[in-house]
Design a protein around this ligand. Structure first.
Ligand SMILES: CSCC[C@@H](NC(=O)CCC(=O)O)C(=O)O
Ligand SMILES: [Mg+2]
Length: 369
């Protein structure tokens, strides 16, 4: 594949409402879009890194520098031999930086699939035309505010509710949601590493609420801690930040640190590694679901395609565009009976809206290839 130009484009989108997690509150989404131009196609992807290194060690300005100075030059050296399947190997000497690697591989894959007329879902092996949608609900200022938000999402048709939790905001919101909406709704929690093993007895008090899972209760590098916690609570443990590769997934499953995995292509270096994690988990009988990083329609399209694979058996954080954005960079993803439709067009199967893109762009860097 012959790449002519790679553009790094910084955009900022306002969120429809603040989104608070155990590591901070976001009121807007700033991201770097990567546009890969060949003679016949334009591939698009978005970087999932936050502006600050609080979800993981990566951060947006760092990603831009790593892309420009360390990753793109390595691909230039490949010349015409470059295909999306070569990217991970070519970038392997660069330690870490999975989100930077993911955005580059994904934009190249999108261009490659657009040239060959193959959809993301078709290429990855999606078996479903629509995928069930869950929604992530942030930490709120009051229980009433939380219940109003959860009620609204259930009215929209979401099939699963995920509550962000942290010490001081866990038992009470979970109990309130169960009391208000009953035991039949699919309910799970995400701590984003906010607890330690010393909190095990406290976390066991969530067991009576029949949660689907408890996501990343402890530090991302505490695999043995999660294995110990799994013996002390009944709620199934799901890992997110801890799983950065198929090898991590195999180790965590084997050590009993998790029985469910949140698969985020951006966290693991791209969709090809995400599919390997899907396959490793399937081989162990471990279900997976597709996580989210507040993607615009560009990343959301690729995530929805991935969520169409057979072992993505739980609703993901693949919400409709209006969960976060009044105006998306693409035509909005809209819930249909609690599901999102997997795009069928070539590549990610959605078009970037040029006027919206121009409005939301804060900077661009062109790198001739
Ligand atoms: C800014 S929080 C991003 C990470 C978080 N993501 C979500 O909660 C889902 C966000 C979404 O709906 O895309 C997670 O740890 O799973
Ligand atoms: Mg998470």
């Amino acid at each position: 594949m012959r790449i002519e130009n790679i553009e790094l484009r910084r955009v900022t989108l306002p969120l429809v409402s603040p989104f608070r997690t155990s590591f901070g509150t976001a009121t807007e989404r700033e991201t770097t879009l990567v546009r890969v131009s060949t003679a016949d196609a334009e591939g698009w992807a978005e970087c999932a890194a936050e502006p600050d290194p609080l979800y993981s060690s990566e951060f947006l300005d760092g990603c831009d520098l790593v892309l420009r100075d360390h990753l793109i030059p390595r691909l230039q050296a490949l010349g015409d031999r470059l295909t999306a399947e070569h990217v991970a190997t070519a970038l392997a000497p660069v330690k870490g930086h999975p989100m930077s690697k993911a955005v580059l591989e994904t934009a190249i894959l999108d261009a490659q699939l657009k040239e060959t007329g193959v959809s993301f879902g078709g290429y990855l092996g999606a078996v479903h035309e629509t995928v069930p949608a869950g929604v992530s609900v942030g930490i709120m200022d009051s229980i009433e505010e939380l219940l109003e938000a959860v009620g609204g999402y259930l009215d929209e048709g979401y099939l699963r509710i995920k509550l962000k939790i942290e010490p001081g905001w866990d038992l009470v919101p979970v109990r309130a949601v169960r009391e208000r909406f009953g035991n039949d709704i699919l309910l799970q929690v995400d701590a984003n590493t906010a607890y330690t093993l010393a909190d095990a007895r406290h976390l066991a008090r969530l067991d009576p609420f029949d949660l689907l899972l408890m996501e990343q209760p402890m530090a991302e590098d505490d695999i043995l801690g999660h294995a110990a916690l799994a013996k002390l609570i009944k709620t199934p443990i799901c890992l997110d930040e801890s799983i950065e590769s198929a090898r991590d997934a195999a180790a965590a499953i084997t050590l009993g640190a998790c029985s469910i995995i949140n698969v985020k292509p951006a966290r693991v270096g791209g969709y090809l590694e995400a599919r390997r994690i899907h396959d490793v988990a399937a081989a162990h009988g471990v279900p997976v679901w597709c996580g989210g990083m507040l993607e615009t329609g560009i990343g959301r399209a690729a995530n929805v395609a991935l969520a169409g694979l057979p072992n993505f058996v739980l609703p993901g954080d693949t919400s409709a565009s209006n969960r976060y954005y009044a105006q998306d960079l693409t035509a909005p993803f809209v819930l249909e009976d609690g599901h999102l439709r997997v795009p069928t067009g070539p590549g990610i199967g959605v078009e970037v809206l040029p006027d919206v893109l121009a409005d939301l762009t804060t900077s661009t860097v062109d790198i001739a290839f």
